[in-house]
Design a protein around this ligand. Structure first.
Ligand code: FAD
Length: 370
């Protein structure tokens, strides 16, 4: 019997997990090692503002696995012995594989002093944004909250906008500040998107400061690279993501950040039995930004290639799209939409995002094996 292990159940594995019966029917023994819930990142900011609840934005991947006849380990992979083809979990299980698929996502680096501090909240995993909503609502209602957001990319802008939206909707006083080490907001997007976002912040009372980086924490103060400090009740960290150290600690070929190096077939360049998708890989042919859209597009290719590698067949090539649609949720019922050089904002943008996000999760929940 061939053995397949899925490590992590993120955007790049959902497609396979929803079609797990296909492997099981073919006589493959399937093990999924993952936290029980998958959280859809596109709805993360809306979890903070209260537009979505946990049941809107999450999927029980444990139930999905078990109902298809797979073995679900609610656990995390602690190490990979790529030469012996065995993964070990934090809970002490050892699981041997013929094929291993890695989709363990990415993490936000927490500057010194922030780890373990209840005030400092990385934007990943996005379930932390739901926890933050509950914590904000538990604060003394008459107190004005100081919310600092570090990072001016898409996630930072959405976090700031949705923190503000929550406070407004629930009548909480709050000052929201957004600081970025870059010289403008949304640096990976067209300049007009950055300007629109900055105008929106200004119009809604979010103070934006460019060219400032949070370098650490001391008690309730955030420390900046220029020596200044600033007190905050909550600091949302959206300063960029990097792969978890899991792959770097194994014999698998990784890049300088520790991402699994894969070829066009999403197959490890050093160990052919290992595949990967999403934020934790380095696609060798071209650099890909760490966006869920790539993980979602890689998912059917991963599914086909895992089947082919276990049962025989030709591996498919993943061809990344050049442009993709990105819609920022601004928490007030509007969105900022970009695709290539196209930029627009308004209510229609959020309605479209909401429609696409809900449709995506409906498809995942209702998928039938082929
Ligand atoms: C607030 C926010 C909003 C975003 N919005 C968008 C958007 O609108 N559009 C877009 O394209 N991108 C968006 N992104 C980026 C997007 O979140 C990531 O690119 C996407 O999550 C990558 O998916 P993934 O499958 O690689 O990882 P994930 O979906 O993060 O899944 C990885 C999974 O692996 C699990 N895991 C980690 N380590 C282990 C381990 N050792 N063992 C087992 N399991 C493990 C994690 O718990 C997680 O469940 C957003 C990001 C943030 C933070």
């Amino acid at each position: 019997m061939k053995r397949l292990v899925f490590a992590g159940a993120g955007h790049a594995h959902l497609y396979s997990l929803a079609r797990l019966e296909r492997f099981v029917r073919a006589g493959v023994s399937v093990t999924v090692v993952s936290p029980r819930a998958f959280w859809y990142s596109g709805m993360g900011p809306g979890l903070l503002s209260g537009q979505y609840e946990a049941e809107d934005a999450s999927v029980d991947v444990g139930a999905m696995t078990e109902s298809a006849g797979g073995r679900f380990l609610e656990d995390r992979v602690a190490s990979i012995d790529a030469d012996r083809r065995v993964v070990s979990t934090e809970g002490g299980e050892r699981v041997a594989y013929d094929a291993l698929s890695l989709n363990v996502g990415s993490e936000v680096a927490v500057p010194p002093g922030g780890e373990g501090s209840g005030r400092v909240i990385p934007v990943k995993p996005v379930s932390l944004l739901l926890d933050l909503r509950h914590r904000i609502l538990r604060c003394e209602p008459r107190r004005s909250l100081r919310i600092l957001v570090a990072g001016g990319g898409a996630a930072g802008c959405e976090a700031a906008a949705n923190a503000l939206a929550l406070c407004r909707r629930r009548g909480r006083k709050a000052s929201v500040r957004l600081v970025t080490g870059e010289d403008r907001l949304l640096p990976g997007m067209p300049e007009s998107a950055g300007r629109r976002m900055a105008d929106w912040c200004r119009g809604n009372g979010i103070a934006v400061e460019t060219g400032r980086r949070v370098s650490g924490f001391d008690g309730e103060d955030a420390l900046f690279g220029d020596g200044r400090r600033e007190a905050a009740d909550f600091v949302l960290l959206a300063t960029g993501v990097h792969p978890p150290p899991l792959m770097r600690r194994s014999a698998l070929a990784t890049d300088e950040e520790g991402a699994l190096r894969v070829d066009d077939r999403l197959q490890s360049v050093s160990h052919p039995g290992v595949f990967g998708g999403g934020d934790c890989i380095r696609f060798e042919s071209m650099p890909l930004s760490r966006a869920g859209v790539y993980a979602v597009r890689q998912a059917p290719v991963l599914f086909d290639n895992l089947l082919a590698s276990l049962l025989g067949g030709v591996l498919r090539v993943f061809r990344p799209q050049e442009k993709y649609l990105l819609i920022l949720n601004l928490g007030d019922g509007t969105g900022l939409i970009t695709r290539g050089k196209f930029v627009a904002s308004g209510r229609a943008a959020f309605r479209l995002k909401d429609l696409l996000d809900r449709r995506f999760l409906r498809t995942v929940r209702g998928a039938r094996p082929r």
